[in-house]
Every structure is written in C-alpha cells, then in structure tokens.
Design a protein. Structure first.
Length: 380
C-alpha cells in the first residue's frame, strides 16, 4: 500500500481535545482488523510505503502517531508479525521524504516485484502533485487500485484570472487539452457545472490515464450541498469496484445522494442539473433500495432482451456495474425477482439452477415462456 501524501498521521481536534489518526495509522489498523475478521487460512505479507515531501511530517508519523497507536515496532523499518490460528500477518513500513512524483517509478517497481495487489492512496496538496503520466504508470499494474482526491475549490480559486499561469500547468501536467473549457471553471459553484467537470475528468482518466473502472464520491460539508472535492476510485478488477460499492452503502455518515445520470457515489453528489431535465436522486435514508432497483432494471433489462441466447452473469456485471449504485447482492435480488416472475432463467453448467446466489459463469437468458402480463410488484 502506498500513501503518497501521508502527512503526520495524527491530528488534534481543538474543539473537543480529541486525537484523530490519519490515513497511515488507519490503513495499518484496517489491514490487521480485516485479516483477523476474515479468517484467512494463508499468510499475508503487506508493505506500506509512506511518502511526504515534508520531513517534519514523517518525523511526527514515526515518533508520535505510531507511538500513540502502539505501532512503535513498525516505525524503525522492522517487520511486525501478527500470529493467528489461521496464519501469520506480516507488516512492514517504509518512510520516504520526497515528492510523490519523484517516487512513482520506485513504487510501481516495488508493486511489480512483490507480485501482489497494490493500493495507492493519493490525497495531494494540489492538482499539480499527481500527473497523468503517473496515473498511466500505476494503471499499468495488473492488480492496482487508486483512491484519488481532487479539490474543486482549489481549481475554482486559481482559475478566476484568465492570465493565471497555472492554466498552462494544468493543461501540461494533467494533459487536459480538449477535455475542459477552462473559462467555464469560474462558474463551478453550481451542481450541474461541477457534475460536468467530474464527468470530463473521468473521461480524461479513461482516455489518457488508462483507467479501466472508475467510481466517484462527492465530499460535502454538513448542511451544505456544495462539493468541496471529488474522490475517484480507480481499479482494474470488477471485485474491487464491488467492494467499494458495498462500503458506500454501509459506512455513510451524511445524507447520501446519488444522481444516476452522472454516475456519482458519495456522502452526497450533485443533486440535479440546472435545466432540471434529470431529477432522479437516491437518498440512502429514504427509499434507497427501491430507487436502486429501479435504476438496475433500466440497466439490465435492455441488455438481457438484446441477448436472447443468453449472457454470462460476469459479462452483465462488467457492462453495468459502473452505471448504477447496486451491490452484487442487489444484482442477485433483482435477477432472482425476474426469475420468479418467469421472465428469465439461469443456466449453470448446462442445466437450469434455482440457486439464489449467482456465479460468474452462470448464463442469464430470457425465459422461453410467453409472458402475457408484466406486473412487477418489486418496483414501485
């Protein structure tokens, strides 16, 4: 795991005098907790690379944050082994005082050399701290994930002046030529404009950054619908996307809004375009399941009907998973509903199956029965 802008690892809450751990400590604790809860029957070896251009940040992380978190034995570069009845969890940390851009090649080499899964946490100080060339290098790894934050306010602040030299840097570092109307940035106060900016940036990451799959979160303060920054989750494997979607349903701590037609997840996302042509939204606390299944039906029904000879469940997920908020379990529930309504049948290894849990190799195909009436009570 690579935390490219790790900071000091600990924060003081002046209002409550509480101490909050930063991303490095949370990453280590989450890996250990997840391993213990999973009941894995094989050993796991995890290396953390913490990078920060400020030496005092790394000193704070190693000498204060890790001590407070009772992780002192990891601060000196030694391996830490957690023994369980299932196997050993081996943890190791490396601390690098440099700019992330200067160490991208090293991080990619480390990931390739270990032949495992890599997760890059990129929360840069500004948009120029991670180049599109770096995204390409990371996405070239076979098993990679990126969690990347992009501050919308930062862009808006620095692009008011048409003569601002940062515009040229923005175009050069992120290779944005042809993807944005720079003069439009001064109006990034509205939902629709912010949504359009995000969609264009997603297209840029796909085209120039070689991103396979992208899901976005829009981070907003309490009682304020203005986006402060977007978080992009980029991955190469479908399962990584599914796990992130599971978490988006489980761990929300603000009202969760999702606007389907701009493909956004998060604590809140853009609620509508200013022309009000798109007004469907998801509130996780109000009818979220119904709204989710409605969207899922729109995505799946057309594909199933356009493949009368059948389509693999895995292919169905690959074609639609980025387009809706549904988890894998909600895919099961909706397809089982269609099966109970005798609209589809599921073929597994050449035979019909009634298993409620679908497998990647299952074939979803239209039922040969003629349906006289389609009365879908599942969708309101």
């Amino acid at each position: 795991m690579i935390d490219g802008f790790c900071g000091g690892g600990i924060y003081n809450d002046r209002e409550s005098d509480n101490i909050w751990f930063g991303s490095p400590i949370r990453l280590i604790n989450s890996v250990e907790e997840g391993y213990l809860k999973s009941g894995r029957t094989y050993p796991l070896n995890v290396k953390f690379i913490f990078i920060d251009k400020k030496k005092e940040h790394l000193e704070c992380l190693k000498n204060i944050a890790m001590s407070q978190a009772e992780l002192e034995d990891l601060s000196d570069g030694n391996q830490h082994t957690v023994k369980t009845e299932f196997g050993d969890l081996i943890l190791e940390c490396e601390f690098i005082n440099d700019k992330f851009e200067n160490k991208v090649d090293y991080c990619v080499f480390q990931s390739e050399n270990r032949k495992g899964h890599s997760l890059f946490i990129l929360d840069p100080y500004g948009w120029s701290d991670v180049s599109m060339a770096s995204f390409r290098k990371i996405n070239s790894l076979k098993k990679s994930e990126i969690i990347y934050t992009f501050m919308v306010d930062f862009i808006k602040r620095f692009f008011y002046d048409p003569k601002c030299k940062a515009r040229d840097t923005f175009t050069k570092v992120l290779e944005t030529d042809g993807y944005f109307d720079i003069d439009h940035f001064i109006n990034l106060d509205t939902f629709g404009e912010q949504a359009q900016f995000r969609n264009n940036f997603m297209k840029l990451l796909r085209d120039k950054g070689n991103a396979s799959r992208i899901m976005t979160f829009a981070m907003m303060p309490n009682n304020n619908d203005r986006v402060l920054y977007y978080l992009f989750h980029i991955c190469s494997h479908l399962r990584a996307l599914e796990v992130m979607k599971d978490g988006s349903w489980k761990f929300n701590n603000l009202n969760y809004q999702y606007h389907y037609d701009i493909y956004g997840f998060g604590f809140k996302a853009a609620l509508f375009y200013e022309d009000n042509q798109l007004d469907l939204k998801l509130d996780i606390n109000q009818d979220s399941q119904t709204a989710c299944i409605n969207k899922l039906s729109t995505d799946l029904d057309k594909i199933i009907h356009n493949n009368p000879d059948g389509i693999l469940f895995e292919e169905l997920c690959n074609k639609t998973m980025e387009r809706n908020p549904a988890t894998r379990q909600q895919y099961f529930e909706y397809l089982n509903f269609l099966r109970e309504a005798k609209e589809i049948q599921v073929i597994r290894k050449g035979k019909k199956t009634n298993s409620q849990k679908l497998e990647n190799g299952d074939i979803i195909k239209l039922s040969p029965q003629l349906i006289l009436f389609n009365m879908r009570g599942y969708i309101s």
